[in-house]
Design a protein around this ligand. Structure first.
Ligand code: FUB
Ligand code: ZN
Length: 633
């Protein structure tokens, strides 16, 4: 029995923080990304993704494939994620023109589907006979999963079935290959598992459900599969030998997994599918494995910004407590996947820690992944950059100081867009007569159980959240772990209630006004001494926001600053024109005077000063400069 379920909700309000991001996605990100996908954006990496579908359609019809396939083996997924982002956006902002564009694109995609349901432009254009022979690297099931997610989103948001039917046929084909014909192996890049669960709910197809179960239950039961598969092939995509089962999350059956390992995005997509299946089927053993994996990530392998997958080597989890700030990988997609995982954990059990992490990842790494103007994107999210070293030194080449417009491997930009436009899905949930609020966003929400609410808040810059309730039932609101104190008022009267597992449960009636006031104090945060190089350092947070220090606010140099944590943090006033509207924090600090020599026996001279911090998600928006989250104290 699910503890509560996600429903697509409108968390949009034109004056809310999330609403502004959703408008940005609608007005800028979606149109901009579409021009990139059509190869009409100048000066950016070529995409060719739509042309790939056109060319695959030609291959299906036996015509000349023109300029063939271009891009990554998983290029198809960029179009899928764009459709998903655009679909969720249509839910808030109906737009016949955009709908027409999606419908046309869907026809191009449908034309690239083979008679038997197979759909993948790389293999259709390049070599039909190689289908499903390189599960390790080929990404066919990954691309299928993303297109299934797009199909479900378009159906959910707009009610049109065309893409859903295409992807159901595709899912049935995969079912035939892997279940009826007994093809061995599991997706090298998990994703289809979580997508099949969505397909199952959207279409009622038992085949989708069986297939999701199959991939989850068989993964790790045959640890030699990828090695055997590699030995049968005389070709590879990237030269992966299939021998690192930890990397492939396939060394043990998933129910026995103890630690999150390997490629971080793959891991959290996989765990999302597992948690979804566990909730759907009341599978306590599977949920117990999910809990261990959750703990392994959030207790030992996660940055304060909600970033995960700390090493560039394989875009992967490293060993426990290896969380370097300056060489961090922390891919934007991995934090998005962590949010997916968290939201499915919430469907197993309503616990504040899941929504806390969802929020931590969103307001910090996910938002940092996108420039404030919606046109540039970070793939990698370091917690410290030093121009001249970051992006330059061989050990720091992946940690860029500025967001590029686009990437040859463009997984993150459309992923951020789909997440932001579906924010309401993560913010709310319901079960029977209870409506849940996990995340705070101004907007109007209608639950399936008949309850509804209008939420007004300036969160994350205002800490009062006002709900006007319609309908009668229970209303559960998360109290974030960082809010040491909070006040609840119902119709103006203070209401004393103790949180249970991070949520307060209130009985509400039609017309009630519920006000939640959270703790707005800024705080110093200290890291575990097990994390190398963080001893003697401190980070600044306020509400869900992690702050960072940038050179531009600190005389061009943050490396020479040490914070005085005996002094109070000052909260500056809200600046509507700074960084899209923000609140800076300032702290008393000491600046170490520069010396000419590399090393010296002389004790540095320190001069008192004020150090100024901005929210981490806004960094890198004012030109190239130093940035640091963890500061010496
Ligand atoms: O492999 C597909 C996507 O590209 C992954 O999820 C990202 O980490 C990037 O490698
Ligand atoms: Zn990515």
């Amino acid at each position: 029995m699910k503890s509560q379920k996600q429903v697509l909700q409108n968390a949009y309000s034109s004056d809310g923080f999330i609403g502004k991001y959703q408008e940005l996605v609608k007005n800028t990100v979606i149109p901009y990304q579409y021009t990139v996908l059509c190869d009409n954006a100048s000066g950016v990496e070529k995409s060719h993704v739509i042309q790939n579908f056109i060319n695959a359609g030609k291959a299906i019809r036996g015509e000349d494939v023109g300029d063939g396939f271009y891009g990554m083996v998983f290029q198809d997924s960029d179009a899928a994620k764009w459709i998903e982002a655009a679909s969720y956006s249509l839910h808030h902002f109906p737009d016949p023109e955009l709908e027409k564009t999606i419908d046309q694109l869907i026809e191009v995609i449908a034309a690239a589907q083979d008679e038997d349901g197979y759909l993948n432009t790389y293999f259709t254009i390049k070599d039909k006979d190689k289908r499903f022979t390189n599960l390790l690297e080929g990404h066919e099931l990954y691309c299928a999963g993303h297109m299934m997610e797009a199909a479900c989103a378009y159906y959910e948001a707009v009610g049109k079935r065309r893409l859903l039917d295409v992807m159901l046929k595709n899912a049935e084909h995969i079912y035939k290959v892997f279940i009826e014909e007994g093809h061995e192996g599991c997706p090298g890049h998990p994703e289809v598992e979580l997508a099949l669960m969505k397909m199952y709910r959207a279409t009622g197809s038992e085949k989708c459900f069986e297939l999701a179960k199959h991939f989850i239950n068989t993964r790790g039961t045959d640890p030699d599969y990828y090695k055997r598969e590699r030995a049968k092939r005389d070709w590879t995509v990237w030269g992966n030998n299939g021998e690192d089962n930890d990397y492939q999350q396939s060394s043990v059956p998933l129910r026995q997994a103890e630690r999150a390992t390997g490629h971080a995005v793959r891991a959290v997509y996989l765990y999302t599918g597992m948690a979804d299946l566990a909730a759907e089927t009341d599978d306590t053993e599977l949920y117990a494995a999910c809990k261990r994996l959750w703990k392994s990530i959030t207790g030992k392998q996660m940055y304060i910004t909600g970033g995960i997958g700390s090493t560039v080597h394989g875009e992967a989890f490293s060993v426990d407590y290896d969380l370097p700030s300056d060489t961090a990988y922390a891919e934007t997609c991995a934090s998005i996947g962590l949010m997916f995982f968290a939201s499915k954990m919430l469907e197993n059990e309503v616990k504040g820690e899941y929504a806390d992490v969802m929020e931590q990842a969103f307001y910090n790494t996910v938002l940092a992944g996108m420039q404030l103007d919606g046109k540039k994107f970070f793939y990698v999210n370091p917690l410290e950059v030093i121009p001249g070293i970051s992006g330059v030194s061989p050990t720091h080449r992946h940690d860029l100081t500025q967001r590029p417009d686009w990437y040859a491997c463009a997984c993150c930009p459309p992923n951020a867009a789909r997440l932001i436009s579906s924010f309401g899905k993560y913010a709310y949930g319901e079960n029977g007569d209870t409506a849940y609020c996990h995340l705070f966003a101004a907007g109007t929400v209608q639950f399936e159980n008949g309850m509804g609410l209008v939420c007004e808040t300036a969160y994350p810059y205002g800490f009062t959240i006002k709900y006007k309730i319609s309908g009668t039932g229970r209303f559960a609101i998360r109290i974030p772990h960082w809010s040491k104190e909070f006040t609840i008022k119902i119709n103006g009267a203070a209401h004393s209630v103790a949180p249970k597992d991070g949520y307060v449960y209130l009985s509400v009636s039609d017309g009630d006004e519920v006000i939640l006031i959270l703790d707005d104090s800024p705080r110093f945060i200290y890291a575990s001494s097990k994390i190398p190089r963080l001893t003697g350092t401190v980070a600044l947070c306020r509400g869900p926001l992690v702050y960072c220090f940038e050179g531009v606010d600190n005389n061009g140099d943050v490396l020479s600053l040490k914070l005085d944590t005996n002094e109070k943090i000052t909260v500056q006033k809200y600046e509507p024109d700074l960084l899209g509207g923000t609140v800076q924090l300032s702290v008393k600090a000491m600046r170490i005077s520069p010396t000419d020599s590399l090393y010296s026996a002389e004790k540095p001279v320190c001069t008192p000063c004020d150090a100024v911090a901005v929210p981490y998600y806004t960094w890198g928006n004012r030109g190239e400069n130093q940035m640091r989250v963890w500061m010496p104290e």
